[in-house]
Design a protein around this ligand. Structure first.
Ligand SMILES: Cc1cc2nc3c(=O)[nH]c(=O)nc-3n(C[C@H](O)[C@H](O)[C@H](O)COP(=O)(O)OP(=O)(O)OC[C@H]3O[C@@H](n4cnc5c(N)ncnc54)[C@H](O)[C@@H]3O)c2cc1C
Length: 371
């Protein structure tokens, strides 16, 4: 397609910053670049008709780690690393709330719960045993105890008698958050182009040539925020990890409120508009879920339904309204990769299952890489 003089002049010439990906990271990076360089021309290129990775698909937990997750992280990371990651998640959530406002993202501090399955008494015992130690470890950040144990007052079945409660955990409306980010970016004159897939880029001395399915153009700096899809453009240690979700139809007088982690965090559910949103089950077949294909599998969806009827909503009639999947970017280290790739190309990727929490600060850190 030949572009007109106007199209080229308005959108594709003298571009200062091009960001690939309109997820939380790409849009946050665009906002912080605009703050620092108010006259800059900033383009965000997005392959989907909407943002199409994880940012519009997630569960909306505003969380920084369940008790078993933190204990598990301490097996593979130092205390300092674990504390730094928790700080990053807490600070990232503050930044997200400060940038968009609690009302715009419907932030609610309903607390977070970790449920332990009946057949995993060992983990239940371990978490009770380590509760005080973890609370002490987190004191410098929260100034008070984070984790306590509570009785099963939501009447879940097939779980241990108490669950771990975290009073600092909250939840957001993921759709509202992304809508607010998109609106804020547009209102500041950031140009977002959808259905535009970046296929390749070549770096010159002072600029980068970007080849997309629609157009080729030059940009001064290129920022890659494609998370689970990053390996299509750059060679960094990040792999796709699909996460499947379902949501029930509204349930009369739904008594369950909060965010819930089940079976070492392999499953997670929450209330939203009198429904239960429920996801997880990647551990049933990690291999098959290492993909960028937006599909659901019978294996995982059946397991989600089974757990809904046996554990989460045992005495309640429910119907499934909708199912979907999203693609995360993961690696062996639970740490985002935010770094220059070359003089004019930068990346902010590998957010794992933590992007609601750290996405804003990863976006800011990515923008701050630009001198
Ligand atoms: C089901 C699910 C539940 C989750 N739950 C939570 C949760 O409760 N709490 C939490 O903190 N985190 C959660 N996460 C993780 C969180 O959603 C992600 O970490 C976060 O959204 C990542 O944001 P991002 O901007 O890095 O990536 P993405 O949102 O994936 O954005 C990358 C964008 O790049 C685009 N793109 C890719 N390649 C190209 C290309 N070549 N050209 C143009 N565009 C391209 C994609 O279409 C996509 O829109 C969950 C994730 C999933 C999938």
């Amino acid at each position: 397609m030949n572009l007109s003089y106007w199209e080229i002049k308005t959108w594709f010439s003298e571009v200062d910053f091009t960001i690939i990906g309109s997820g939380i990271v790409g849009l946050s990076a665009a906002l912080y670049l605009k703050k620092r360089f108010s006259n800059a021309k900033i383009l965000v290129l997005e392959k989907g008709f909407l943002p199409q990775g994880a940012s519009t698909k997630n569960a909306g937990f505003a969380c920084f780690g369940s008790l078993s997750e933190i204990i598990d992280d301490l097996n593979t990371h130092t205390e300092d690393d674990v504390l730094n990651l928790i700080k990053k998640r807490v600070n990232g959530l503050h930044l997200l709330r400060e940038t968009l406002g609690d009302e715009a993202i419907n932030y609610q501090n309903l607390g977070g719960y970790e449920l332990f399955t009946k057949n995993n008494e060992a983990l239940y015992d371990l978490c009770q045993e380590k509760q005080q130690y973890i609370n002490k470890l987190l004191k410098p950040i929260f100034k008070t105890d984070v984790f306590s144990f509570k009785g099963n007052n939501f009447n879940f079945k097939n779980i241990q008698p108490k669950y771990a409660f975290n009073k600092f955990e909250g939840q957001i409306d993921t759709g509202k958050m992304m809508e607010a980010l998109l609106q804020k970016a547009s209102s500041l004159g950031i140009k977002i182009i959808n259905n535009c897939t970046v296929e390749a880029f070549i770096e010159d001395r002072n600029s980068v040539k970007v080849k997309t399915n629609l157009v080729e153009f030059s940009t001064s700096k290129l920022l890659i925020a494609t998370n689970g899809f990053a390996s299509g453009l750059i060679n960094e240690p990040v792999k796709p990890a699909r996460a499947q979700v379902l949501i029930t139809k509204p349930i009369d007088d739904l008594h369950i409120k909060g965010t819930f982690h089940l079976d070492r965090g392999y499953y997670y559910f929450r209330n939203i508009n009198n429904r239960i949103l429920f996801g997880g089950g990647r551990n049933l077949d990690f291999r098959a879920e290492e993909t960028t294909k937006f599909e659901q599998t019978e294996l995982i969806q059946n397991k989600l339904e089974e757990l809904l009827s046996t554990t989460i909503l045992p005495d309640i009639n429910f119907e499934i309204d909708n199912r979907w999947s999203g693609i995360m970017g993961v690696g062996t280290q639970k740490k985002a990769i935010v770094k220059p790739i070359s003089n004019n190309v930068f990346c902010g990727i590998r957010l794992g299952g933590m992007g609601v929490a750290i996405g804003s600060s990863v976006g800011k850190d990515l923008a701050d890489l630009i001198a």
